[in-house]
Design a binder for this molecule. Structure first.
Ligand SMILES: *Cc1c(COP(=O)(O)O)cnc(C)c1O
Length: 340
């Protein structure tokens, strides 16, 4: 048998499992723009209940749920506060400017993790010259931080500050279930702290498509209109929502395996001479540093041996573990790392 390619480029590369495909094929569907797709309703309600929020909105991507959330919580000429590594800032094509006509204030957290002490001085006073600071966006886990995570005890004081200062708080939870599994925090305790939560189903959870924006009823009502304006109103989307429901029922607890795999890989990488340092691993992302300018070369050498991964700068490489990388495949990856 030919060895399968070891694809560590992202946790988005997973294919639906047989069980997930069965669930999709037997989904009850209707026209969701008419509000008639019961599987989409089930997914939205299920996630809202899990996070103790009032309502949810199924969207095609995490970029869309983030951008709709930001649009719900800002007015043109407002300012959004986030870490400089934030996906909403770096990887959503300037969408904050394009969709919401808002500016962005960038903070420098430790591995992307913000604190009230970092945020407070950056909230603008009411002054004729200044944009109105109206929203803080947190990312959990932090992708560019190497999968670093917030605990709820770190989030509560940020919420408190936002509350006093009249700012909204949005969570880019593309990998929120990785954070929950790693910290032991309860999803149900999240709702009280956030005005909006974006949850991805197509990252570690292994669904082919989709993210859900959670919020209160009024926010989600507004978000539904914005989704339509973005061209994101889908018809028989229940086939896709069914994959999300299946993922929530079957693929959450197993994220711990991905985290264990990531830790094993990090330990191996720490021991080889071409690696200068490895970021501490908290979840399913491993970022390691090599000699400046040689990240591309290392990635190409890995590729020749059947292991795919990406650079994150000229001196850093990222490996992401996921559902389609079995223990046996991790063992093969370790052999490749040791004998590159
Ligand atoms: C992947 C990701 C998103 C959403 O990406 P889509 O590809 O649009 O679904 C948002 N935030 C973070 C941190 C991500 O890693």
């Amino acid at each position: 048998m030919i060895n399968k390619i070891l694809d560590f480029r992202s946790d988005t590369v997973t294919k639906p499992t047989a069980g997930m495909l069965d669930a999709m094929m037997s989904a009850k569907v209707g026209d969701d723009v008419f509000g008639e797709d019961e599987t989409v309703h089930t997914l939205e309600t299920k996630l809202a209940n899990i996070f103790n929020m009032e309502a949810g909105l199924f969207c095609p991507s995490g970029t869309m749920t983030n951008q709709i959330g930001i649009k719900c919580f800002t007015q043109p000429m407002d300012e959004v506060i986030c870490d400089q590594t934030a996906h909403v800032y770096r990887y959503e094509i300037g969408g904050i400017a394009f969709h919401s006509a808002a500016s962005v204030r960038l903070l420098y957290g430790e591995r992307g993790i913000l604190t009230p002490e970092l945020i407070e001085p950056e909230i603008n006073e009411d002054n004729i010259h200044y944009p109105n600071s109206s929203l803080v966006v947190l990312e959990n886990t932090v992708n560019k931080g190497g999968g670093s995570c917030y605990t709820l005890s770190q989030i509560a004081p940020i919420h408190h500050l936002c509350n006093i200062k009249g700012l909204k708080l949005h969570l880019d939870g593309a990998r929120i279930f990785n954070a929950l599994v790693a910290t032991g925090d309860k999803a149900h305790d999240y709702g009280q702290y956030f005005d909006g939560i974006s949850v991805c189903l197509s990252k570690g959870l292994g669904a082919p498509v989709g993210s859900v924006l959670l919020g209160d009823r009024a926010t989600i009502h507004k978000a539904r209109k914005i989704r339509k304006a973005f061209g994101g109103g889908m018809r028989q989307a229940g086939f896709l929502a069914a994959a999300g429901i299946y993922a929530l029922d079957n693929h959450v607890e197993r994220l711990k395996e991905d985290h264990d795999h990531a830790k094993t890989l990090a330990a191996t990488l720490s021991a080889v001479s071409y690696v200068k340092s490895v970021m501490p691993v908290e979840t399913n992302i491993v970022i390691f540093e090599v000699e400046k300018g040689s990240a591309d070369k290392i990635v190409n050498q890995f590729k020749e041996k059947g292991l795919l991964c990406n650079t994150t700068s000229s001196s850093t490489v990222r490996l992401v573990t996921h559902l389609d990388l079995s223990a046996e495949m991790i063992d093969r990856a370790i052999e490749i790392i040791l004998h590159l």
